[in-house]
Design a protein around this ligand. Structure first.
Ligand SMILES: [Zn+2]
Length: 478
């Protein structure tokens, strides 16, 4: 019988902070400029320039620490990490070594209904490096990204599967976006991570030899590379082979990890205190004020949605997953005075539109006020559900006022008994077989007749009234 293996995964997640300017200089912290536009002698790493710490970057890192339940170091400092590569011409990166801003903390994840706490080891602040771009026959370095404030969140090796790593990154992203710390936009490289992964026989206490997969920039890539790497390591051990401590590269096209170089040890970086920056000393009052400024976090909000709006746990989870969607839902619930209907529209029609168009809710022309008003029109029986869906489709396309759309498209629900009776008579006269079926006991025939009446009214008849009229006219099913 072959032995089972345990997996241990730790993630080092780099998150670009949402500050207006870079960490040591006044250059804009933006994405998408022409290469080497947002630069100055400081972020180009010219000799003799002096960094000045952007206090906002410290604040956002501390806010992250507070949201993740970390201990905030009242005294922290920066260090130089020796490092030779074209993306860092000063040959060292300013980072934090032995006195990071935050220690400890945790992230709650849920995989297949099972909740688990993943411990955070530390969070430190550093500068991002430039970006090497490779062209046919040449390479270029773009320094726009150099000096972007970068927060590194180091987890303990508590993750035990690719699914857990994926859930951890999602939970982390959710919290950081909620806190306004980062946009966590993966396409723009706001969030990248290095993976440490090891396996060991179940009977073994001590962690196995780990490999590191560097610079992953999609959650899906993390999941795929881990799925591959875990299997590779287990297969290797099963056949009596050895795992080497090394850095591996994920080849997305081939779907494999490949050895790059043997892992440097920390002393290779020759960390030493950064002489050009003062240590960071945080006052109690400042940390308290930051703590007080924090928004409600996703887990708390989810609980509140369940209790305040009586939403099922699943729906509450979907609605809070993105802050913008949760905010939108709450506005619609308040404006319509019908949280249940608001949640139904969000969970079905709105989610479908967002996924079909791969759109962000804030970019849609339909406002929370418009959706709230539409729900009221349904509740006041001005328009029936099919009509409301037509109005919704129009609002999604070009916005506007629901009542005006109902008027312009002639969608007002018809509740006038004379008109309804005429459609009912018409349907009965045209479908004697269905009438006989219904009277013979077939309930489905009533649905068919109902459909005929709705069709004759071009969808505008008041459905409950039609049903009543049909039942009254035909008598109970036999
Ligand atoms: Zn600069």
């Amino acid at each position: 019988m072959s032995e089972e293996y345990k997996v241990s995964i730790g993630l080092e997640t780099h998150v670009q902070l949402k500050t207006r300017s870079k960490i040591w200089c006044g250059c804009a912290n933006v994405f998408g400029s022409e290469p080497n536009v947002d630069v100055c002698p400081i972020c180009l790493g010219y000799p003799g320039t002096m960094p000045v710490l952007n206090r906002e970057a410290v604040k956002l890192t501390v806010l992250s620490g507070l949201m993740l339940g970390c201990e905030i170091n009242r005294y922290s400092k920066f260090d130089r990490k020796s490092y030779f590569y074209p993306d860092m011409p000063k040959n060292y990166q300013i980072s934090q070594y032995d006195k990071p801003l935050c220690l400890g903390g945790s992230v709650e994840i849920e995989v297949n209904g099972k909740k688990k706490t993943i411990r955070i080891h530390r969070i430190h602040l550093e500068e991002d490096v430039a970006k090497n771009n490779h062209f046919d026959g040449a390479s270029g370095v773009d320094f726009n990204r150099a000096g972007t404030p970068l927060m590194e969140i180091v987890s303990e090796p508590d993750l035990e599967s690719a699914d857990e790593a994926f859930a951890y990154l999602q939970a982390l992203k959710q919290i950081l976006v909620y806190g306004g710390v980062s946009d966590c936009n993966l396409e723009q490289g706001n969030m990248r991570c290095d993976i440490n992964c090891s396996v060991r026989p179940e009977s073994q206490e001590q962690l196995g030899t780990k490999t590191e997969i560097k610079n992953m920039n999609t959650f899906k890539g993390v999941h795929r590379s881990l799925t591959y790497e875990i299997k590779r390591q287990i297969d290797e051990l099963r056949k009596g082979g050895k795992i080497y401590q090394e850095t591996r590269r994920w080849d997305d096209e081939q779907g494999v990890t490949k050895a790059m170089r043997s892992k440097e040890y920390a002393h290779d970086y020759r960390y030493f205190p950064e002489p050009d920056l003062m240590p960071v000393v945080l006052e109690e009052a400042e940390i308290e004020a930051w703590q007080a400024s924090l928004p409600e976090l996703p887990a708390t909000r989810r609980q509140r949605f369940i209790s305040e709006y009586s939403l099922p746990e699943y729906d509450a989870g979907v609605l809070v997953a993105e802050k913008a969607i949760a905010d939108y839902f709450e506005q619609v619930a308040e404006l319509s005075g019908n949280a249940k209907a608001a949640s139904n529209w969000m969970m079905t029609e709105m989610m479908r539109v967002l996924s079909d168009r791969d759109a962000e809710i804030v970019d849609l022309p339909i406002t929370p006020a418009a959706l709230g008003a539409l729900i009221k029109l349904v509740d006041d029986k001005v328009v029936n559900m099919p009509g409301a869906k037509t109005v919704f489709a129009e609002l999604v396309e070009q916005g506007g006022d629901p009542q005006a759309i109902v008027d312009a498209k002639g969608l007002a629900q018809v509740s006038d008994t004379a008109a309804l009776d005429a459609w009912v008579e018409e349907a009965i006269a045209a479908n004697p077989k269905s009438v006989a079926d219904y009277q013979g006991g077939k309930q489905a025939a009533l649905q068919f007749l109902m459909g005929q009446v709705m069709k004759a009214s071009r969808g505008k008849a008041n459905p409950p009234m039609v049903l009543d009229a049909l039942r009254e006219r035909l008598g109970a099913a036999g």
